[in-house]
Design a protein around this ligand. Sequence first.
Ligand SMILES: *Cc1c(COP(=O)(O)O)cnc(C)c1O
Length: 390
Amino acid sequence: MEQVLQQRLNERQRQSLYRVRKTIASAQGASVVVDGKQLLGFCSNDYLGLANHPEINQAAKQAIDKYGIGSGASHLVCGHSSEHHALEQELAEFTGRDRALLFSTGYMANLGVITALLNKSDYLFEDKLNHASLLDGGLLSGARMQRYLHNDITSLELKLAKTKSGNKLIAVDGVFSMDGDIAPLPELVASARRNEAWLMVDDAHGFGVLGKNGGGCSEHFGLDQQQLPILMATLGKGLGTFGAFVAGSNALIETLIQFSKSYIYTTAMPPSIAASTRAGLRLLQTESWRREHLVELINYFKHGAALLELPLMESNTAIQPLLIGDANAALALSAGLEAKGIWVSAIRPPTVPAGSARLRITLSAVHSKQQVEQLLQALAELMPRVNHEQ
Ligand SMILES: *Cc1c(COP(=O)(O)O)cnc(C)c1O
């Protein structure tokens, strides 16, 4: 075994695709302590800066005093606490859905939804750039899965037209995690309706951030439960805590409770996580300044990057990737930034398509304009050199 594994590892290293973890010795925030060094971070998904908010932290501490740390069992056995239950009701109300169901992670939610809804006589349509968990859910379900060209409704409809009997599900990222662009949801809603297909949106990167109240993509486009019947979102990104939920009709939620294996056969998240997520949800609704400040930073960064002619990808969200192409060049740029005290990780295949390695810059409400300016200046100094080396 050692030999076989070592060969694979060597191959990965040779392709400049080897992954190494950096160790953080601080809370998330604008400034993080990484491998003993203080760096200005632009790569977390903590878009609103709620991952280390005193009220949210306090809610977890209080819940631990009351419930202890462990949930003790799965939701169906004896692990479903009143904190979980209240959070589900609040999420349903917040998203304007009949009900919501908590999952321990977003990965598990996507596996659980798709496998509970589809089997091998059904069809699944996914955007080419969908998150790995949506693709894995499709594989696990056994459904006939087809991937359409990114954000291309014509490509989707050509595939939909060829289906025969069986249920059809269209599953898509709301905000694409490595690109930052938003799926054309109104067109997808119309296409789903025309083709009698079900629609599922994974709003991991939109929830909390997009929409007037942070309701995410469905609020951004004003899509109700009729139009967007399967809404999934994660809690470990914009909301700053951990876990995920699915919101929709009573029949959908009951189906997941009965048939979703990644819901049934796993330990419920700690009640303290649910309690702190409730505190985060209250902050979302009462304090809109984080979203407003984030939008300002996004505009400021895009404007500065355009002046510098940086190869920014087309995005209006907090995810602002710089397309580099070559994996080695992306690593070199990331290392150059680190030498200047800035942390942006290089994203390489297979996370993104071959030849499209990038620096995935993410902005957060914890950043100041001055810190974004610091990032722009560092990029201005480094980018000509990287281009030249190519
Ligand atoms: C992060 C992410 C997930 C997984 O969520 P976790 O709670 O981290 O497991 C699912 N879908 C998308 C689009 C994501 O970005």
